[in-house]
Design a binder for this molecule. Structure first.
Ligand code: ATP
Ligand code: MG
Length: 264
C-alpha cells in the first residue's frame, strides 16, 4: 500500500450504553478506494463520521495525511477542510443557485474571493458534468443532479479525501448511474475515497478493497472479488445473500442451516 492517507487505530464509539464501534483498525492508502458494506446498525455511518470528527471517538486514534485528528489540540475546522463528505441527503441551500451553493462554503471557510470561488465552482461543475446547470436552483434539478452538485461542492474545497455515506440510496434507480459514474471518474483521477454503499456492482468494479462490518467490528476485508465473490465468513455470506436476494434470505431465516449455501 502507498502511504496511508487515512489510518484508524483501535477506534471505539459509544452512545451511552450502546457500544457502537468496538475496535476498528483500518488503513486507506493514498488514491485507494475502499467500500464499506454491512447491515443496518453495524456502525458504518458512525465510522465515517468519526473519520470526519462529526462524532468524537470514545477511544482510539484517527490520522489523516499523517496528522492525528483525534489529538485534542487539533484545529477541527482545518481537519474538516481536508475531508470532503457526501451524504445520502444532498443538503443544498434551496434559496441559492448551483454556483452560489458551490461558492458560499469556499468564501466562508476558505476565504476565497468571489472571482476565484466562481472559477473553482465552474471547474468542479464541469467535473460532474453539470456546467449547464450553473444558474439553476436545486428544486429544478433531479435527485441525481442535486447529488452531483453536492459532490462538486465538496470537491471545490480541494479535499485530500472524500467520504461518501450511501450517496445513491435516496435516488430513483434510473438516477443512480450518473452519480456512480462521477464517483468512478474521481476514483480514476486518484482521489482517496471511503464509500459506504449497497451498490455491489460499483464496489466490485471500483473498489480496491471492500470492508465488511457487522456489530461494530470489521469482520473481513479484502479485494472485492474475495469479499463479495467468495466471502470467508458466515456473517458476510449471510449479509450478501440477503442483499442479492431478499426473498431467498427469508427462506434462509426459516431454515437457518441452509444459510450461506445458496451463494453463486
Ligand atoms: N447520534 C447518535 N446518538 C445515539 N445513537 C446513535 C447515533 N448515531 C448512531 N447511533 C446508533 O449507533 C448504531 C450504529 O448506527 P450507524 O448509523 O452507524 O449504522 P449504519 O451501519 O450506518 O446503519 P445504516 O445502514 O442503517 O445506515 C445504531 O444502533 C444507532 O442507533
Ligand atoms: Mg448509515
Amino acid at each position: 500500500m502507498s502511504r496511508p492517507e487515512i489510518r484508524v487505530q483501535d477506534l471505539h464509539k459509544s452512545f451511552g450504553d450502546n457500544h457502537v464501534l468496538r475496535g476498528i483498525d483500518l488503513e486507506i492508502g493514498q488514491g485507494e478506494v475502499v467500500c464499506v458494506i454491512g447491515p443496518s446498525g453495524s456502525g458504518k455511518s458512525t465510522l465515517l463520521r468519526c473519520v470526519n470528527l462529526l462524532e468524537e471517538p470514545t477511544k482510539g486514534q484517527v490520522f489523516v495525511g499523517g496528522t492525528e485528528i483525534t489529538d485534542p489540540d487539533v484545529d477541527i475546522d482545518a481537519v474538516r477542510r481536508r475531508i470532503g463528505m457526501v451524504f445520502q441527503q444532498f443538503n443544498l441551500f434551496p434559496h441559492l443557485n448551483v454556483t452560489e451553493n458551490l461558492t458560499l462554503p469556499q468564501r466562508r471557510v476558505l476565504r476565497r474571493d468571489k472571482a476565484e470561488a466562481a472559477k473553482i465552482a465552474a471547474e468542479n461543475l464541469a467535473r460532474v458534468g453539470l456546467s449547464e446547470k450553473a444558474d439553476a436552483y436545486p428544486s429544478s434539478l433531479s435527485g441525481g443532479q442535486q447529488q452531483r452538485v453536492a459532490i462538486a461542492r465538496a470537491l471545490a474545497m480541494g479535499p485530500e479525501v472524500m467520504l461518501f455515506d450511501e450517496p445513491t440510496s435516496a435516488l430513483d434507480p434510473e438516477l443512480v448511474g450518473d452519480v456512480l459514474a462521477v464517483m468512478r471518474r474521481l476514483a480514476t483521477e486518484g482521489m482517496t475515497m471511503m464509500v459506504v454503499t449497497h451498490e455491489m456492482t460499483f464496489a466490485r468494479e471500483v473498489a480496491d478493497r471492500v470492508v465488511f462490518m457487522d456489530g461494530g467490528v470489521i469482520v473481513e476485508e479484502g479485494s472485492p472479488d474475495q469479499v463479495i465473490g467468495s466471502p470467508r465468513h458466515e456473517r458476510t455470506r449471510h449479509f450478501l445473500s440477503r442483499l442479492l436476494d431478499p426473498a431467498m434470505a427469508e427462506v434462509e431465516e426459516e431454515t437457518s442451516d441452509q444459510v450461506g449455501k445458496s451463494e453463486s
